[in-house]
Design a protein around this ligand. Structure first.
Ligand SMILES: Nc1ncnc2c1ncn2[C@@H]1O[C@H](COP(=O)(O)OP(=O)(O)O)[C@@H](O)[C@H]1O
Ligand SMILES: [Mg+2]
Length: 259
């Protein structure tokens, strides 16, 4: 059974434009998949449909055997503990320490009061330090997050997602705010740590080369539809032309390249 099944997914934010059109694909447990495409293609919307940060209009998303669209609030909260999120702008609390931010990843397992009081078990704290160590930032554990570089802050973001003990991490442009060196560090960590912990990973990226270097498989989105879905090494110039809309008019018509 696939960990994620997206079936004929359609999404609009308003009556004029359909942002996702008939999107279907499966992601197997353990896969590292990149979603690429130009700005506005629908990459963020697609990720948000998977954990239902936005409502699904048409079709289905099935995560770990559960129909995401039909879950009630409580079931959705439980499902989301299995989905770690990593964002372009890290979404940390800047004035709080690194360790506090990492422990926020456990909020999904707590009552509101436990969360407010910051009640964490010894196991949770140990796990937080373990992850910070793995990510090479344990020396910064007690620093405020706003004192860290962008790359270090994103490592905090990764630790916060992983302490959830998720089955999957969804990363929305995790390196878009970083310089090339920091980007490489983040992608290396993301790849190695998800492999080691056997966590499935879907990463939205706009850099084709990075997608090719790091992922098993690439999904190319153009104007809300899938125009490429296949192994990274099979992504040709023709496919990237199709994804980024740089083809000649004759072949500009959207066509699915399956390899
Ligand atoms: N909350 C929203 N309300 C209205 N339109 C939105 C919203 N979020 C995204 N869009 C529109 O949906 C389209 C796809 O956006 P998005 O999913 O952010 O694409 P990408 O991540 O590939 O840049 C864009 O045209 C964008 O303007
Ligand atoms: Mg986006």
């Amino acid at each position: 059974m696939s960990l994620v099944r997206v079936e004929n997914l359609g999404k609009s934010y308003n009556a004029q434009t359909k942002v996702l059109k008939d999107v279907s694909f499966n992601v197997e447990a353990g896969e590292f998949v990149s979603i690429i495409g130009p700005s506005g293609a629908g990459k963020s919307t697609l990720l948000r449909c998977i954990n239902r940060m936005v409502e699904i209009d048409e079709g289905n998303v099935v995560f770990d055997g559960q129909d995401v669209g039909s879950l009630n609030k409580k079931e959705l909260r439980k499902m989301r503990t299995n989905i770690g999120m990593i964002f372009q702008h890290y979404n940390l609390v800047p004035r709080l320490s690194v360790i506090e931010n990492v422990l926020h990843g456990r909020f999904g397992y707590k009552t509101t009061l436990e969360g407010i009081l910051g009640k964490f078990t010894e196991d949770e704290k140990e796990q937080a330090f373990y992850l910070l160590k793995k990510l090479g930032i344990e020396d910064h554990a007690y620093k405020r997050c706003d004192q860290l570089s962008g790359g270090q802050q994103q490592r905090v973001g990764i630790a916060r997602a992983l302490i959830q003990d998720p089955k999957i991490v969804l990363c929305d442009e995790p390196i878009a705010s970083l310089d090339p060196n920091a980007s490489k560090v983040i992608m290396d960590y993301l790849k190695s740590i998800t492999m080691e912990l056997n966590i499935t990973c879907i990463v939205n990226l706009h850099q084709v080369e990075i997608a090719r270097d790091y992922s098993d498989r690439i999904i190319g989105l153009s104007k809300g539809g899938i125009v490429f879905d296949g192994s990274s090494y099979k992504l040709t110039t023709d496919s990237t032309d199709l994804i980024y809309g740089t083809t000649t008019p004759k072949v500009q018509k959207r066509q699915l390249v399956t390899v």
